[in-house]
Design a protein around this ligand. Structure first.
Ligand SMILES: [Zn+2]
Length: 399
């Protein structure tokens, strides 16, 4: 074999090796970007019963007459167009319509720590960054929590524009009144209201808060799973009270007509917020110690405090909130709050698509209506719980 032939063999080997590396990179990219995020979504947001859901004819017909509001869903975190039916997860427009939901609150998650747990989390790690990159969100969202929230607001806006009028973003009291009037007139339209889960999304500045308000966010909690510059999380390290920035921001929310949400907030900060509240406060998605004791769930005194503001407690659908995933478990927690402070302070706060397993997806909302019937609530009380109470609070807070 002469030198030329040897070189040619070497060259071919090199080309083959390069092609193999490129092929492996392509396979890795497909797995990383195309397979992993949907797989993670499917597993994180699973349902025990995939439906179709069969409620009693009485519950079905009552459910069809209700104005239903769900105070918390994290659907915007996932790469599923809201207006299109997905084969995974718990919320999308077609399923909201099947469940007869009038208004869904779409909450933006922007940061959550590795090893996330109920008891103690530091804020120095973030697994949402990996999800954001793997889901191929714009580069501007990779290093900015505010941009992640702005992008999620854009997603809801895009879904509304693509929905042929079936999905409408609600930002004001008059938007809400028009939505309800249109629905009463038989128009097939569902509302979406933007919420922030943890004001770390304002990145430590009132300017950041204003950007979120300008993007349409109308419900906000100061913390998610870790303490922030504003105050303590129920799952943080220190779990402290409101900081100066926290007080300033809560003051601005009261002025601006933004609904204050105390879900995930530490007991000390909840006390501080309730002390400042001049408008109804909500716990958008929670359980109560009375039926399911946990640091994540509300004590009797916190229930009393929220009710004293005229606010509502949105009962969640997942195991750690109500100690089960049966509609009856949700109804039992609702009964507990109603018995303690009155039925006008009970609401629905599923936490759909919030990385929780639920008993049924949003198309099965009639199952909850049925469980409330079985719990002995009268039809008008069920109307209050399923949405009228939440509407009352939104109408009184939104401008
Ligand atoms: Zn949450």
């Amino acid at each position: 074999m002469n030198d030329n032939q040897t070189n040619e063999i070497r060259r071919r080997r090199r080309v083959r090796r390069t092609l193999l590396v490129v092929l492996l990179l392509c396979v890795a990219a497909v797995v990383l970007f195309g397979v992993l995020p949907p797989k993670f979504d499917r597993e994180a947001n699973a349902v025990v019963d995939a439906g179709p859901y069969l409620a009693s004819p009485r519950a079905d017909s009552l459910n069809a007459r209700l104005t239903i509001v769900d105070l918390h869903s994290d659907q915007l975190l996932w790469n599923r167009p809201t207006e299109v039916r997905a084969d995974r997860g718990q919320v999308d427009l077609p399923r909201l319509e099947e469940g007869n939901v009038a208004l869904e609150v779409f909450s933006a998650v922007t940061k959550s720590p590795f090893g996330q747990n109920t008891y103690s989390n530091a804020g120095d790690s973030d697994r949402i960054t990996a999800l954001v990159i793997l889901q191929r969100w714009p580069v501007r969202t990779w290093g900015s929590l505010t941009e992640r929230a702005l992008y999620q607001a854009e997603k809801l806006g895009r879904a509304a524009r693509a929905s042929n009028g079936r999905l409408r973003v609600i930002q004001s009291r008059s938007d809400l009144d028009t939505l309800l009037a249109d629905r009463a007139a038989g128009v097939n339209v569902t509302g979406g209201l933007l919420a922030i889960e943890g004001l770390h999304a304002m990145e430590g500045s009132i300017d950041g808060y204003e950007r979120l308000v300008n993007a349409g966010y109308r419900m906000m909690s100061i913390t998610h799973f870790f303490d922030t510059e504003l105050g303590g999380s129920a799952h943080g390290r220190v779990k402290g009270g409101l900081t100066d920035l926290g007080r300033e921001t809560i003051g601005r929310m009261l002025e601006d007509g933004i609904v204050i949400d105390v879900a995930h907030v530490s007991p000390k900060s909840i006390d501080d917020i309730l002390g400042m509240a001049t408008a109804p406060v909500v716990a958008s998605h929670t359980g109560v110690d009375g039926t399911c004791p946990s640091p994540r769930n509300l004590s009797d005194e916190q229930i009393d405090g929220i009710a004293a503001t005229g606010g509502v407690i949105g009962i969640g659908f997942w195991d750690a909130a109500v100690c089960g995933t049966d509609p009856a478990d949700i109804a039992r927690a609702m009964r507990y709050v109603a018995d303690r402070v009155g039925v006008e302070h009970v609401a629905v706060g599923s936490d759909y698509d919030g990385s929780v397993v639920t008993g049924f997806d949003v198309s099965g909302m009639a199952l909850l209506t049925e469980a409330l019937v079985n719990e002995g609530f009268a039809d008008d009380e069920i109307g209050l719980i399923m949405g009228d109470n939440a509407i009352r609070v939104l109408r009184s807070v939104l401008k």
